[in-house]
Design a protein around this ligand. Structure first.
Ligand code: ZN
Ligand code: ZN
Length: 499
């Protein structure tokens, strides 16, 4: 029995005759196209998974041309000469040249039999690009390299062919391998389903089957990590003796209460009225301290781990999707980078990763684990290429974990690190209440900054035996959480302003 027949049996068992009649009437309307509120599932995507698929190859192109392959002659010119002599009763003489003929340079030999230059002559007149061998009779080119190789900057990782410039976009130049025998091309073709192969004949440009390298050219000013906007507030009021801001942050961030609930706890439990003092309203207090804590987070998070995992959390800002990039150290469990962005494109992934690279000790190479989003390998290629220009070791090596199930070795080996970042994402969602949405990008960044400060410096971690990821001497011996928040703010406010 097919799946659909089983569904029919199930419907008959569960529904009354009159309900089934109604269902049939609805389905008939849907099939006739009279129901705009119900759309039939489109199985185009399922049948054409490779259609308009954005792929970034994990392997960067080669940066130097492959060494020319030495020609291995398949014939032996000495044996051919001996055969000639045996047949004709006289030795085969070298090429007799006219006085005006161009002599073939001595370093040229026949690619087929190895005969020396004295047996070779130019076969194509004045062009002098092709040689004919008198011993075996075969032709061979004077230059073995292709002409386009001379101007090439990148060579295919898989087949060593020179990549040609395919497209120029505002922030990237795309290079492509045109070799029809390239293993990457042949394997991508083999993965297409029969339906996709048929469709590719009509729309070849919609299938990415060749090795492509995107050379991004971001300027330094495009890669600045954004900081929360400072609101002009009276910091003296924040610095109130009764730790009010500490209490606000404790309930609002650490215990993840909403602004309304935080205000209520302060009013009804501690008898602190917040309504008339705007600066002590939870969102106002957050904004006032976030820009200080952002600088403190970056200055005091310490060196990043040699292995980090990264991912982006979906958040909503005014009903639109946006993304918070988070990177966590696999050993220290601290957040090494965070970045809130409206798009999850290569530039934003680069900004987030650049912060990991900035804090890597002695510019060591960091190993990253992330999912199948194409922006991550593209960002790694960009940052590594920048390092290579300065003759430094690569900033990153990486592994990708694809999908929800382990379908390949790479995914099984690195899945635990993916789970580490997924746990962090859930913690982030809980503390920032990102599901409710933010009213601005700055509002999302403010809560992210406070969350990171809490996560790195204040939150005990079970896998660290209850320790915090980044230990600060100054917070030791302060018994209350609101006290530690206040001390953290003191330290952040004392940090010298950037020039
Ligand atoms: Zn030859
Ligand atoms: Zn290739």
């Amino acid at each position: 029995m097919s799946r659909i027949e089983k569904l029919a049996v199930w419907i008959c068992r569960k529904l009354l005759r009159v309900e089934i009649k109604f269902l049939v009437a609805v389905l008939t309307e849907v099939l006739a196209g009279r129901r705009r509120d119900i759309t039939i599932r489109d199985d185009f995507r399922r049948n054409h998974p490779h259609y308009r698929q954005f792929i970034v190859d994990p392997n960067p192109p080669r940066t130097a041309p492959p060494p020319p392959k030495p020609a291995v002659p398949s014939l032996d010119w000495r044996k051919l000469c001996a055969d000639y002599e045996a047949k004709h009763g006289k030795p085969l003489r070298p090429v007799k040249r006219q006085a005006t003929a161009t002599v073939v340079p001595a370093d040229h030999t026949c690619h087929h039999c190895g005969a020396p230059s004295s047996y070779l002559y130019f076969n194509d007149g004045k062009r002098r690009s092709q040689l004919r061998c008198k011993v075996c009779g075969c032709l061979c080119p004077v230059q073995r390299r292709l002409r386009q190789t001379k101007r090439a900057k990148h060579w295919c990782y898989y087949c060593d062919a020179a990549l040609y410039r395919w497209k120029v976009q505002p922030d990237a130049t795309l290079y492509k391998c045109g070799n029809d025998l390239c293993p990457a091309y042949l394997s991508a073709l083999a993965q297409l389903s029969p339906a996709e192969r048929k469709l590719r004949k009509q729309r070849p440009s919609q299938f990415s089957v060749r090795y492509i390298y995107r050379e991004h050219h971001f300027r330094t000013d495009q890669l600045q990590l954004p900081s929360p906007q400072t609101t002009r507030v009276d910091l003296g009021r924040i610095h109130s003796p009764d730790n009010v801001v500490g209490l606000v942050l404790t309930f609002h961030i650490s215990f993840a209460l909403s602004s309304r609930m935080t205000a209520r706890v302060l009013r009804e439990v501690f008898q602190i009225p917040l309504s008339y003092q705007t600066v002590l309203n939870p969102p106002e207090a957050d904004q006032a301290v976030a820009s200080y804590l952002h600088r403190f987070n970056l200055a005091h998070k310490g060196p990043s781990d040699t292995l980090c995992a990264g991912d982006e959390v979906y958040i909503k800002i005014n009903g639109q999707w946006a993304y918070t990039f988070l990177f966590i150290g696999a050993e220290s469990h601290k957040i090494t980078s965070y970045h809130v962005a409206p798009q999850r494109d290569t530039r934003n992934a680069t900004i987030a990763m650049n912060e990991v690279a900035r804090s890597a000790p002695n510019q060591h190479t960091t190993h990253l684990v992330f999912d199948g989003l194409g922006a991550y390998p593209a960002a790694v290629h960009f940052l590594n290429a920048q390092r290579r220009k300065n003759r430094l070791p690569p900033a990153f090596t990486f592994n990708q974990v694809f999908g929800l199930e382990n379908l390949d070795d790479q995914s099984s080996q690195w899945r635990p690190f993916k789970q580490l970042i997924e746990r962090l994402n859930r913690t982030y969602r809980f503390h920032t209440r990102s599901a409710c949405g933010f009213d601005s990008l700055n509002g999302a960044l403010v809560l992210t900054v406070l969350f990171v400060a809490y996560y790195n410096f204040l939150r005990p971690h079970s896998s660290l035996d209850g320790d915090v990821p980044v230990y600060l001497d100054q917070l030791y011996n302060i018994p209350t959480l609101q006290g530690r928040w206040c001390k953290l703010l003191d330290l952040a406010l004392a940090l010298p302003q950037a020039a």
